[in-house]
Design a protein around this ligand. Sequence first.
Ligand SMILES: [Zn+2]
Ligand SMILES: [Zn+2]
Length: 240
Amino acid sequence: MFYKIFDSLLTLAYPQACQACGNPVENSADGVACRFCWKKTNVFSGAETLCAKCGASLQTKSSNFQTFCRRCDEHFYDAARAVGIYEHALAASVLHLKREPFVARNLRKLFFSRFENSDFQNAALIVPVPLSKKRFLERGFNQAAVLSKILAKKTGIKLDEQSLVRRIHTPIHRVGMDGKARAASVENAFEVKRPKFIKGAKVLLVDDVFTSGATVSNCAKVLKKSGAEKVYVFTLAKTL
Ligand SMILES: [Zn+2]
Ligand SMILES: [Zn+2]
């Protein structure tokens, strides 16, 4: 732990290499990626056409009607949104967050402004996607809980880290894993421990990255079963 802290202090004190391209990061507010990599990263502005449910980028022109990608029809959450696409600076930041419980200032700002532009503000409860006990002990923190705490502190929405648990230890989800393998590995992995806190609540489920949606859909499934009125999903990044 000491070395971990010492390491963080070192990287805060000295210019570091961008974890996406290797050039120096000039501004500590940019975190682990340089400003050029941030410029290249597709961060959602709210003007793009997204699937009304899962938030996937759609090629169709924007219209007054809601559009759906249809791939998420079976998912149990009501809507999912992300700060941006899992690429360049955002991908580097997500990977870093799995190693250290740290979110740089500019990314926090993006995270809040994306939340403020979402329809999720009536959420009553922020629930992080849980890690298994084994993974939590290995890592020392849950990156989804780090994000949840940041959002709860800023918005005043209640944080609930206890109600949803992961009871099965599943292999690490790699971004490259196909949908079927991912779906099978998280099916029935989650459980609601305190249904009375979930019943009737609009829940904001928070995770670092949305890949196939299988993980958050399985979380949403048990939350809905316990009576959650709505389940929204909010992540830093979404894979293409
Ligand atoms: Zn860079
Ligand atoms: Zn969709």
